[in-house]
Ligand binder design. Structure first.
Ligand SMILES: [Zn+2]
Length: 436
């Protein structure tokens, strides 16, 4: 970090954070930069203390947790270990949607909590809340993750996002100044891939000149296809962080070849924020143990290390709207290894590796399984889970879960996409199943 950067961060940046009531994010960042090098046991002890404190709070101050713990004859004192947490039910998006007000802690005024929507491409979006201090801790945790790719809190970074919902559309002179000159971050919406918006983003990126990008892989992919096709210049980047959706190997290769810089994967969600991220070794992700407790389960039983399980996250920071054992509808793999970077934070992998199968065409060429998955699900009617089984070059069985129920539009869309991808006269037998 240069001296001018250091001065900037200690003056204008800090003042802006103070004005926005966010200055504690810098203290959380400093703490997290130290705690990441604690021994694993010290981190586990800290995590347990945070979890216990949250349990006591949730029981005493939210209607939902009081009810469900009483129903099960539990008190915070009766939960004595991480394993005991499994006595609490898994929390689904549907429950938070249906019983939203029961999660708001009585110490907080609903109007003062920050409101946001859950992610998810299918089903009901839930409205969730986060208290201010939790937001600041999550900012500090974000900065820590970004520091692993070399970005310090006030280094210039552009965010390439697919959705308009995260974007302050009215970029007045004041907001422009605040974000570009002070926060040093600009958000671009690359969700609509029309020429005018792509051209605007390219020109504005050259003007803003960031060293780092934080991106949704599909948004960056579409943008970079435009850049490559038109041979347009981009700023010289030091690193890219992918977030919000799985980062597939073919996307990573395309980004690194086009941008000539490393790409880091970060796992998080709108509901519980940053959960894990790759360090400079980029060989598995470190879990943010100080702010999240992550479980990997199969039917409520923890899976073995190295085995894929459903991810449940307990957000250790959100006292305004406690979320314990929240099912994000993602899968991950817990890893039992330490990293040569020296951080004591436990590690996980995302589960996209299992999608690396191929579908073969009659001419012997093959289509990567995840390319197929994206083509069949990115647009068109929403589907739950899907499995493609290849019987011959042109005959397939496609199993689809029944929630949301697929209809004729779903079948037509998938058939048309399969015909395009497999480049032949395919026949498909659809099977509707409860689960895959
Ligand atoms: Zn590491």
């Amino acid at each position: 970090m240069s001296l001018s950067e250091k001065i900037f961060r200690n003056t204008a940046f800090r003042l802006l954070l103070m004005r926005e009531n966010q200055v504690s994010a810098l203290d959380h960042f400093s703490f997290l930069m130290k705690s990441q090098y604690w021994e694993k046991q010290q981190l586990l002890d800290f995590q347990w203390t945070c979890l216990k404190k949250l349990l006591v709070h949730a029981y005493n101050h939210t209607e939902y947790y009081k009810l469900i713990m009483n129903e099960r004859g539990l008190t915070p004192d009766s939960l004595k270990s991480f394993d005991d947490l499994r006595k609490l039910p898994v929390l689904t998006r549907e429950i938070t949607h249906e019983r939203k007000d029961q999660f708001i802690a009585d110490k907080f005024e609903k109007s003062k909590l920050q409101k946001f929507s859950s992610g998810g491409t299918t089903g009901q979006r839930a409205e969730l809340f986060r208290d201010k201090e939790s937001f600041n801790i999550k900012s500090g945790a974000s900065w820590r993750n970004e520091s692993w790719m070399g970005r310090m809190p006030s280094d210039k970074m552009a965010l390439i996002w697919p959705a308009a919902m995260d974007i302050d559309k009215s970029e007045s002179f004041k907001t422009r100044f605040k974000y570009r000159k002070l926060m040093r971050a600009v958000v671009y919406n690359a969700g609509s891939l029309n020429e005018a918006s792509l051209s605007y983003i390219q020109k504005d990126l050259l003007d803003f000149n960031p060293n780092f990008l934080k991106v949704f892989p599909t948004a960056l992919y579409g943008f970079l296809e435009y850049i490559v096709a038109n041979k347009l210049p981009l700023p010289k980047l030091k690193a890219v962080m992918a977030t919000g959706e799985p980062l597939y190997e073919y996307q990573k290769i395309f980004f690194e070849e086009t941008l000539q810089c490393p790409v880091y994967d970060m796992y998080g969600s709108r509901e519980v924020g940053n959960t894990a991220s790759e360090c400079q070794n980029r060989d598995g992700m470190h879990i943010a143990m100080e702010t999240s407790y992550v479980e990997f389960v199969d039917k409520n039983k923890p899976v073995e290390f190295g085995t894929e399980g459903e991810i449940l996250v307990t957000d250790l920071t959100n006292y305004g709207f406690p979320l314990l054992r929240y099912a994000i509808n993602d899968y991950g793999i817990p890893l039992d290894r330490s990293c040569s970077c020296g951080r004591g934070l436990m590690m996980m992998d995302n589960a996209v590796g299992r999608l690396m199968d191929f579908v073969y065409r009659a001419d012997g060429s093959k289509i990567l399984g995840h390319v197929l998955a994206i083509s069949l699900t990115l647009e068109g009617p929403p589907v739950g889970q899907m499995q493609v089984v290849q019987n011959s070059f042109t005959n397939f069985i496609i199993r689809i879960t029944d929630d949301p129920a697929p209809n004729q539009d779903t079948y037509d869309y998938i058939t048309a996409e399969m015909k395009k991808l497999v480049a032949g006269d395919v026949t498909i037998d659809f099977e509707i199943v409860k689960q895959i």
